[in-house]
Design a protein around this ligand. Sequence first.
Ligand code: HEM
Length: 352
Amino acid sequence: MVVTPRLFASRTSSLILLNSLPIRSLASVEPYLNLRVALGKKYGQGECGRKFKELLGEFVELLGFISVGDYIPWLSWVNRVNGLDARAEKVAKQLDDFLEGVIEEHLNFEKKEGHDHVLGDFMDVLFWIQKENVIGFPIDRVSIKALILDAFAADTDTTYAVLDWAMTELLRHPKMMKNVQNEVREIIGNKKDITEYGLDKMHYLKAAIKETLRFHPPIPLLVPRKSIQDAKIHGYDIAADTQVIINAWTIGRDPTLWDEPEQFQPERFLTSSIDFKGHDFQFIPFGAGRRGCPGISFSIMTIELVLANLVHNFDWTLPGRARGEDYRFCLDVNSISKPTTVDVPAYLERIW
Ligand code: HEM
């Protein structure tokens, strides 16, 4: 078989060469993975799949907008004029219709198959909780739809941004790519698929993911909070009800907290107990405390599995004569959480 290099384009258009069979971009794989976990199947086929993909794209794009009215309430009319409110309402209605359809499908399946509680996906689990009342208070259909959407919204963009950045950094640092690859290949051996088994022993892979989260936290400003009481921090008075935005991106690059913070060095985590679980405040890509991210375990497991499979099954190189250190990316306001659009062929022409 002739193995031809093929272009591997992520949604963020960072172009990477894959010396093997074509695979879809991480961005297009990741939402389907979430869909299977949450709803039981990919919903990616045919005209319906195309429309759903468009709908998800619009949904994720709207999530990234800053609503001026949230910060300057008397300017909230702006969103009515610039069409943001109308776009949000349209997407909300379409997502609601979609989720209603999925609920009907699930309920019909149970009726048809004649058995209850097939706990195949997140929606099944929520309906089971509703039916058995296991949490001591009722959850209605609207709450189930909200929970599904919440998990989906919180997961899709974040997980694939970490994967995008991890691959970008490993391609820029071929020695580190080799380290991850050797580790995974040694542990997995001839087995075709990687499952949860073995991940525990992949210390370098885990360190590379941690370093990616430090260097490129996918939610750089975390999720805004409001203070519930007056506080004094470092001599500043913070009144109750103040919106607080935490810059995890800067904290992760603070030279008083990290050695050589501008260098991507997974090794720093091999000998350190610093973790992202919310106890080490210099490293909080998932936030911290009672409202910290509840999806840490799920997302880390997903990222580890996907990354391990990518490096195990494929050898990765940059196009043409590009060396890892030549593959740069620039950061601008819109790209802090994802690799910026870098047209590699054009860039190569410029440097040679
Ligand atoms: C790399 C992946 C992820 C990152 C970086 C991430 C990051 C975050 C951050 C920074 C917050 C705000 C925490 C705070 O304010 O202290 C948050 C909240 C949240 N995340 Fe994640 N998250 C990820 C994946 C997931 C996944 C997989 C799920 C669920 C399936 C999830 C569900 C949630 C939910 C429901 C909240 C809101 C929690 C609350 O307000 O009580 N996240 N996440």
